[in-house]
Design a protein around this ligand. Structure first.
Ligand code: ACM
Length: 461
């Protein structure tokens, strides 16, 4: 035996690639993301509507057994195949974020909704506003487990992305045909910014929030504060080419405002007008429907399934991400060994069965990864996979789906994830080391959550 080097020899790689030489062609007559893939003894022909289609054809080729002869005509069902990653609750270092983008691309997903700011941390450097990152990016400790337990870890946490790093993330995503849609959550979920610049708030002078849950310390809506928001959005537009810019708008308590919740409508309109002046549109949570969302705003419909219908009736384009169907921070089983079980039970089969409302206004769907209970990429991978594999099929494939058939195909795909070292949740359940007995959860029943959502969305009825 001749010992082999740890890394595959270059000549071996070259030969492998050569044996599966791909002849690529662009045919603008095909849809932008569509492709036709033929593999026979004479090699591989891949024709696509654009570079994106070629990219997806190659991802399919990745999955084919070496000797398979195929003719595949394929195109995605939805233009928006998204995942939200919350880097505010737990900061994710750049290399981990790039790896996460690789995993999205491998699943033909094409939008990363990057939740950059929240009460518990501000993650984007903004020129001229140094305290946003010197103060707002750091908290003294983090809550451990669900908020009902009121436990803390006593350990500082933080981090932020420089402008250069964000440009690298955007470019890395673009190379993989992923659009990064940034979100600056406003006018609520702003305690980290207010901790940095108390003049943005309503008298609050405390630190970045250490507890999970929603802060009542929100932006004041004075002209200087609106100017601050415009300045931040200008910087965001300079970095992110996305036609849609997230301005959040969810869960904004009005306790500190003299005029009540109606003030948010004017705030959202002002931000929409500013983004329009930059050629961009608002992407906002469904709370911005209350009192009327700005024309052209795209709605991330999350509070159960009703808001999507409301948005469609109002003529808005919608990204469906109902929490009880697509929140991947929710527990994957009722096994007591699941890490920090929160929300309602959301199994692999549940995600696979999800269907958004049928309407031309539905751009697609989005699975949301809120990271209160995921302090590392390893934890994110556990919660994301294999449910994100099921989600990928929901948004890529046609309406008819058969879970038994998916389940039969999944093990071969999990072997690919094994090869990439992905820490997916085993189909047999959590391993002992996946549990977080030190970070207890708060599992909910579907009935109680649906009742709560019905109450929360009263403002839309
Ligand atoms: C959300 O889950 N607050 C959008």
């Amino acid at each position: 035996m001749i010992p082999q080097p740890f890394l595959v020899r270059r000549e071996h790689r070259a030969r492998t690639i050569e044996s599966d030489e791909v002849r690529t062609h662009i045919d603008p007559g095909l849809g932008r993301e569509a492709y036709v893939l033929d593999r026979s003894d004479s090699g591989v022909d891949l024709t696509a509507g654009s570079e994106a289609g070629l990219f997806y054809g190659l991802r399919t080729l990745d999955q084919l057994p070496p000797d398979a002869h195929v003719h595949i005509e394929d195109a995605p069902r939805f233009a928006w195949r998204g995942v939200l990653l919350d880097v505010a609750r737990h900061f994710m270092p750049v290399p981990d974020l790039l790896r996460f983008l690789d995993l999205l691309a491998f699943h033909k997903l094409n939008v990363l909704h990057l939740h950059l700011t929240d009460d518990q941390g501000w993650r984007i450097e903004v020129p001229g506003r140094p305290r946003l990152t010197s103060v707002g990016a750091w908290r003294s400790e983090s809550m451990r487990g669900s908020r009902i337990h009121n436990l803390y870890d006593g350990r500082p946490h933080g981090g932020f992305y420089t402008t250069g790093e964000l440009r690298e993330i955007v470019a890395y995503a673009a190379d993989r045909h992923i659009t990064v849609v940034p979100e600056i959550d406003m006018p609520g979920h702003m305690q980290a910014a207010i901790a940095a610049y108390p003049e943005l708030g309503n008298g609050f002078t405390g630190p970045v929030r250490t507890a999970w849950g929603i802060s009542t310390h929100v932006l004041n809506l004075e002209p200087a504060t609106l100017d601050f928001c415009r300045e931040v959005l200008d910087h965001v537009c300079d970095i992110f080419p996305s036609p849609l810019i997230g301005i959040g708008g969810d869960e904004c308590p009005a306790d500190e405002w003299p005029g009540g919740r109606e003030l948010q409508v004017a705030f959202t309109a002002a931000m929409a007008a500013h983004l329009a002046s930059r050629g961009r549109r608002v992407y906002g949570w469904d709370e911005i429907l209350a009192g009327g969302a700005p024309p052209g705003a795209v709605i991330a419909a999350w509070r159960g399934e009703e808001p999507a219908a409301v948005a469609i009736r109002a003529g808005h384009q919608v990204v469906a991400c109902p929490d009880v169907k697509l929140y991947l921070d929710y527990r994957q089983s009722d096994d007591p060994g699941e890490p920090t079980p929160v929300g309602t039970l959301l199994t692999l089969e549940d995600v696979y069965a999800y269907e958004p409302p049928s309407s031309p206004l539905v751009l697609g769907c989005q699975a949301n990864l809120w990271t209160e209970h995921m302090e590392s990429l390893r934890r994110v991978e556990y919660m994301a996979f294999p449910r994100l594999c099921a989600f990928a099929e929901v948004v890529w494939s046609r309406t008819e789906r058969d879970f038994a058939d998916f389940s039969a195909r999944l093990p071969a795909h999990l072997a690919r994830l094994d090869a990439m070292g992905v820490n997916y949740r085993p189909l047999t359940g959590p391993r002992p080391s996946d549990g977080r007995p030190d970070a207890p959860g708060n599992p909910r029943t579907l009935a109680s959550r649906l009742a709560e959502l019905h109450e929360m969305t009263a403002d839309l009825r």
